[in-house]
Ligand binder design. Structure first.
Ligand code: HEC
Length: 143
């Protein structure tokens, strides 16, 4: 009688531990996939950037993301605000219109300067689209 009971308790414990372990592993996997950086920092060649800049869907995606996430600091059309510099005149900026430098700043941010990093919050394709959009603003406002 007593022996049977302890076997039952052991089996019960093992099943409980097993189920917790499996759900922990599953949950961990899912949360990794959705909350952490979903890829590596995109670094493209200049012809790849040019190709993307000619795709109206990418430009539109970048513009939409910009208005949603960046305009409160950088202005609705990248004209700048009291929180952050204008992004339209590349000559006045650190990145000087270098697309790979811009994509890197958008990805990692400059936390000490008040520019948040977006690499762990947005899809790599969104960050590329944002860069294409900002580049288009800079081209548009060149004298
Ligand atoms: C909370 C305010 C804030 C938000 C939101 C924000 N930025 Fe910034 N950003 C800054 C500040 C401040 C700087 C300037 C940092 C410096 O140069 O010292 C900056 C700098 C930059 C630069 C580099 C400019 C240079 O000098 O070359 C880029 C590119 C940029 N931001 C893009 C974005 C994009 C794209 C988004 C939206 C996804 C965004 N920012 C959202 C505050 C912000």
């Amino acid at each position: 009688m007593n022996g049977n009971k302890s076997t039952l308790v052991i089996v019960f414990l093992m099943v409980t531990i097993g189920v917790s372990l499996v759900s922990y592993l599953l949950f961990n996997h899912v949360s990794r996939a959705t909350h952490e950086t979903s890829g590596d920092l995109p670094q493209l060649t200049s012809s790849e950037w040019t190709q993307k800049s000619l795709d109206p869907a990418i430009l539109h995606r970048g513009g939409t993301q910009f208005k949603l996430r960046c305009s409160r600091c950088h202005g609705y059309n990248g004209e700048g605000g009291h929180m952050a510099p204008a992004l339209r005149d590349s000559s006045a900026l650190k990145t000087k219109g270098d697309t790979n430098a811009m994509v890197s700043i958008i990805w990692y941010g400059m936390p000490e300067a008040g520019m948040p990093g977006w690499g762990h919050r947005l899809l790599p394709a969104d960050i590329v689209a944002l860069t294409v959009y900002i580049k288009s603003l800079q081209e548009e406002s060149k004298p």
